[in-house]
Design a protein around this ligand. Structure first.
Ligand SMILES: Nc1ncnc2c1ncn2[C@@H]1O[C@H](COP(=O)(O)OP(=O)(O)OP(=O)(O)O)[C@@H](O)[C@H]1O
Length: 232
């Protein structure tokens, strides 16, 4: 049984038909990349899984249980974490406070904090600063560790490398690779080399439909299979 499975999912924003029958599976322990051009529905797929934008047709299954139409907080409580695209952090809280509020009740805050700082030593250095005053790269690190310390079974990660300098991208990639040893990851990423490097399998989305999928070790990033769907 897959950890996550989408079955012929259709999702709309108002009258706009965004996902047109998306089916995909993520098995426990995998990193699965979802790639495709801007606007093809990658973020909407993550929002559909979280039931922030529930599908009008089709089903979302988590550990074999139908979660279609569930409340988003129920999906989160069931162990699905989200690292959204726009680095959602609390800008007026310090780095440390941002980490604290991401740790689920009953979990050891000190251990979580240590883990976060080991992953990104930069954050330890800036732990008493308001998160809003950090650089873009540091804010992304904070967004990622907030996902990390959330103790999730499945982490949905949206465009973690977007707008970051190459050196930071490589630190972010290392952190995600470390995360992936403990957590299943569904990764939306436009940086194809990065996506293929981190992931075991991929799906290509185009105009709201899955148009290709496979093992990442079967392909490289200038493969014709990607050029068709990813070039502008
Ligand atoms: N809240 C919304 N209301 C209406 N349309 C929306 C909304 N959010 C997204 N869309 C539209 O839905 C389509 C899919 O958007 P989505 O964000 O899922 O794409 P994406 O593949 O993640 O691309 P990007 O990398 O640009 O975020 C786009 O045409 C977008 O303009």
């Amino acid at each position: 049984m897959s950890l996550l499975s989408l079955e012929a999912v259709h999702t709309y924003y108002g009258d706009s038909h965004i996902l047109e029958g998306v089916s995909l599976e993520v098995d426990r322990g995998e990193v699965v990349a979802l790639v495709g051009r801007n606007g093809v529905g990658k973020t909407t797929t993550l929002r559909t899984i979280l039931q922030l934008t529930p599908p009008s047709e089709g089903q979302v299954w988590l550990r074999g249980e139908d979660i279609t139409g569930a409340d988003t907080h129920e999906v989160a409580d069931a162990g699905v974490g989200w690292i959204p695209e726009n680095r959602r952090i609390f800008s007026r809280l310090t780095v440390e406070e941002n980490i604290h509020v991401a740790v689920p009740e009953g979990r050891n805050i000190d251990a979580a904090r240590e883990r976060a700082y080991e992953t990104f030593p930069d954050l330890r250095e800036h732990r008493h600063r308001d998160a809003g005053t950090l650089s873009g790269g540091q804010q992304q690190m904070l967004a990622i560790v907030r996902g990390l310390v959330g103790d999730n079974d499945l982490l949905l990660v949206d465009e973690p490398s977007e707008g970051l300098a190459p050196l930071i991208v490589s630190a972010v990639a290392d952190a995600l690779a470390a995360t992936a040893t403990e957590t299943t990851v569904l990764l939306v990423e436009q940086n194809l080399p990065l996506a293929l490097d981190l992931a075991d399998r991929f799906y290509v989305l185009d105009d709201g439909q899955v148009v290709d999928s496979g093992d990442t070790n079967e392909v490289d990033d200038d493969d014709e299979r990607f050029r068709r769907y990813l070039s502008a």
